[in-house]
Every structure is written in C-alpha cells, then in structure tokens.
Design a protein around this ligand. Structure first.
Ligand code: HEC
Ligand code: HEC
Length: 205
C-alpha cells in the first residue's frame, strides 16, 4: 500500500536525483536568440559577452591565461606539477618544452590519478599581456579587444581565434578526467559574432 508519507518520500528521492543529474551536467550556453529580449543594443552586447565569459573564465581556458607566468592546472587552478617554465615564447624552456609532454592531441593514460595528458597543436602559455586570472569579466572584455594587449588582433581576428583556434577547440574536448568548457566552440563563436555586431560593449563589472 502506498501511504501518503511513502509517496512523499518517493517524490523527495526523485527530486534529489534530478538535482544530482543537473549538477553533474556541464552548464550549457544560452543561444544568441535568448538575448533578443534585451531591446537596448548596448545592454544586449554586454550581456552576450557575459554569456561568452562562461567559457572564457572556465578553468580550461584560465589555466593557460594565468596572472603570473606560472602555468596552472585543474579546476582549482593549482600550480602545474611538475614546475615548468613558460620560457621566452610560452612554449617552455629549451630543456623542457611543453611538447615534451603535451602532444598534438589528448593522450589517454592507464593511470587513475591522471586519466589523460592534454594536447593540441600550438600548446603554449598565453603571453603575459593576455593574463586573465584574477581579472573581472569587464577587465577581460576590455583587454581582449585591445590590439596593444591581444597580440595585435582586430575584432575579426579575435572572432576567428575564438571560432577556429585549436587550443580553444581543446577546451571543449579536454580529454578524460577533465570537465569541458560549457557549450561548444560553434556556440561560443556565435555569441562573439553577435557581441561584435552589437558594438563589442563590456559589462559594468
Ligand atoms: C594550452 C594553453 C591555452 C589554452 C588551454 C587556452 N589558451 Fe587562449 N591563448 C593561448 C596562447 C598561446 C595565446 C596567444 C596566441 C595568439 O595570440 O595567437 C592565446 C590567446 C587567446 C586569445 C587572444 C586574445 C587575448 O587577449 O587573449 C583568446 C581570445 C583566447 N586565447 C581564448 C581562449 C579560450 C576561449 C580558451 C578556452 C576555451 C583558451 N583561450 C584556452 C593559450 C591557451
Ligand atoms: C613533464 C611533462 C609536462 C611538461 C613539460 C608540461 N606539462 Fe602541462 N601537464 C602535464 C600533465 C601530465 C598534465 C595533466 C595533469 C592533470 O590532469 O592533473 C598537464 C596539464 C597542463 C595544463 C592543465 C589543463 C587543465 O585545464 O587542467 C596546462 C594548462 C598545461 N599543462 C600547460 C603546460 C604548458 C603551457 C607547458 C609548457 C610551458 C607545459 N604544460 C609543460 C605535463 C607536462
């Protein structure tokens, strides 16, 4: 017999299970169309960047855009183990380049502790002027579109980098044992496109 209280208990279990499933899934990105309701174009532009910043501020991107020249790892942005020097060009010191360990694609290991070694073409630390860790979304928004700090990129080049760079692509397929950046590279590019088309405005903070 199903009493009132067992019924309630069942509902409770289902609710807990639903929350668990929701928590374990990667949060998705809102599509560009979700921002149509914001009629003010400047406000819409800033809101589009805030959405794209869910990717930009994810640990997968942040680890290569540290505030110091120290590479970080994991979801808690801890220092890279072993210590590696970024070297002059970000690709490591001559004696220990990044490519000594990071190949052109992810390599699955048989270890439980580190299930894969990340890899993609062009694996290197972002230059100092492109440091993002510890900055607000507004600060990143201003810096990312400043050619003096973004490697001389026009807005169109910036868009192409987001849409097609292999290291950005890696963020969405980061290998076993790592949580991907939210959404997809196609969705990120669409948000960046729409942000540029509306004047590349930055949020208040
Ligand atoms: C393996 C290290 C690495 C990872 C991971 C990484 N980046 Fe970068 N990023 C770089 C390097 C190196 C550059 C400089 C390349 C250049 O200017 O062409 C760069 C530059 C950029 C730029 C150019 C503008 C600027 O001011 O930073 C953007 C935009 C960018 N990355 C976005 C991303 C996003 C989005 C992610 C995550 C999905 C990401 N990056 C993850 C290494 C990385
Ligand atoms: C001695 C081997 C080795 C060298 C050299 C090396 N790495 Fe790594 N790196 C690893 C391993 C292994 C991992 C995975 C660690 C883990 O998942 O706990 C890793 C993880 C990372 C991550 C973290 C990815 C994430 O989002 O969690 C970044 C970023 C990174 N390395 C960048 C670099 C850069 C940039 C260089 C060169 C300056 C470099 N590494 C040199 C072995 C190395």
């Amino acid at each position: 017999m199903i009493t009132r209280s067992t019924g309630r208990l069942a509902v409770c279990f289902i609710a807990v299970a639903a929350v668990r499933i929701a928590a374990s899934e990667t949060p998705l990105l809102e599509p560009v169309s979700a921002f149509d309701r914001i009629t003010d174009e400047r406000a819409r532009s800033a809101a589009l960047f805030v959405e794209a910043a869910k990717v930009i501020t994810s640990p997968r991107c942040m680890n290569c855009h540290p505030s110091t020249r120290e590479v970080t790892q994991g979801d808690d942005l801890h220092p890279h183990v072993p210590y590696v020097s970024a070297g002059r060009y970000g690709a490591g010191a001559p004696a220990l380049p990044c490519r000594a360990c990071h190949g052109s694609s992810n390599t699955t290991t048989l270890a439980d502790s580190i299930r894969s070694i990340p890899g993609s073409p062009g694996w290197a630390l972002a230059p100092a002027s492109m440091a993002w860790q510890g900055k607000s979304v507004r600060e990143i928004c201003e810096q990312i579109q400043d050619p003096a700090r973004n490697g001389g990129k026009s807005l169109d080049k910036l868009r192409q980098h987001m849409a097609a760079d292999p290291v950005v692509a890696w963020g969405f397929q980061p290998g076993d044992g790592r949580i991907p950046a939210p959404g997809s590279q196609v969705e990120l590019a669409a948000l960046i496109d729409a942000w540029i088309a509306t004047g590349a405005q930055c949020p208040q903070r």
